[in-house]
Design a protein around this ligand. Structure first.
Ligand code: CAA
Length: 263
């Protein structure tokens, strides 16, 4: 295939319309070093641009989604280096350029930056014994890739404050119960199968509608309720200008399967 090859990640298209990006730095439990993040951003941008990709899956290995930022790389950084290079800012680029839906499939460790990266996905699926956490406090620092904000929005202030101040981790089963993960699976195989199946289902819908749906749900995280509801209505109205809305509703009335034009 024309898929590019990388050093720290693997990219595949395991199902129609689905790109899978697998973090692949096993010796360091997928610690997120700068070149890995650079590759990840390249692969995500390519998937965003690819006409054959409609949904994305981001995963790691059975043992580790990602054990955080690369502590050995970070240790010697000075304030001025971190500040002037905007260290870690590019990690969240995907939250602006990626308009296609991204599911994080989390097994094993998702710690520090690994937990934060998972939280940047549109939703998380995980195994019951996945190991989530923000252990930065134990290293004399704090979450730096959005953890204090996204985890707090996901679990509420009380739990987030406890987790971030103690550094203690939480299981995949707890992640699901607390609303961090959308679904929990018993085994790694079930997790991957379930994630790809969901990604394939999303990829089968109108791309225009899927992009609109992702956009409006994400607005709920930034806007006050009244503004968010108004924003949703504007996008909803605009979709009456798409062909796929006509196609979808006509197919329903005719009891047929919709054949999307993605227009
Ligand atoms: N950075 C660099 N290397 C890491 C790493 C990390 N975050 N996590 C694991 N590794 C490396 C280990 O150093 C080890 O390498 P060596 O074989 O060369 O010694 C290898 O991966 C395997 O790790 P362990 O031997 O420690 O494996 P384990 O099964 O005993 O423990 C673990 C697993 C509990 C995840 C443990 O590795 C660990 O605690 N890792 C660090 C987790 C952490 O603190 N993450 C937060 C980082 S800070 C951050 O992310 C800042 C931010 O907000 C962006």
């Amino acid at each position: 295939s024309a898929l590019r090859s990388y050093e720290y990640i693997q990219v595949s298209e395991p199902r129609p319309g689905v790109a899978q990006i697998t973090l692949n730095r096993p010796k360091a439990l997928n610690a997120l070093c700068t070149p890995l993040i650079r590759e990840l951003n390249t692969a995500l941008r390519e998937a965003q641009a690819s006409p054959t990709v409609a949904a994305l899956v981001l995963t790691g290995s059975e043992r580790a989604f990602a054990a955080g930022a690369d502590i050995k790389e970070m240790a010697p950084l000075t304030f001025s280096e971190a500040y002037t290079t905007s260290f870690i800012e590019s990690w969240s680029d995907l939250t602006s350029f990626l308009k296609k839906p991204l599911i994080a499939a989390v097994s094993g460790h998702a710690l520090g930056g690994g937990c934060e990266l998972a939280l940047m996905a549109d939703f998380i699926y995980c195994t019951a014994n996945a190991n989530f956490g923000q252990p930065e406090i134990k290293l004399g620092t704090i979450p730096g890739a959005g953890g204090s904000q996204r985890l707090t929005r996901a679990v509420g202030k009380a739990k987030a404050m406890e987790l971030i101040l103690t550094g203690k981790s939480f299981s995949g089963e707890e992640a699901e119960r607390w609303g961090v993960a959308a679904r929990v699976f018993n085994t790694y195989e079930e997790l991957m199968e379930g994630t790809l199946k969901t990604a394939e289902q999303i990829a089968s819908y109108s791309k225009v509608a899927v992009q609109g749906a992702k956009e409006v749900v994400n607005k709920s995280q930034d806007l006050p309720l009244r503004d968010g509801v108004e924003y949703e209505r504007r996008v909803f109205h605009s979709l009456f200008g798409s062909q796929d809305q006509k196609i979808g509703m006509k197919a329903f009335a005719e009891k047929k399967k919709a054949e999307w034009k993605n227009e």
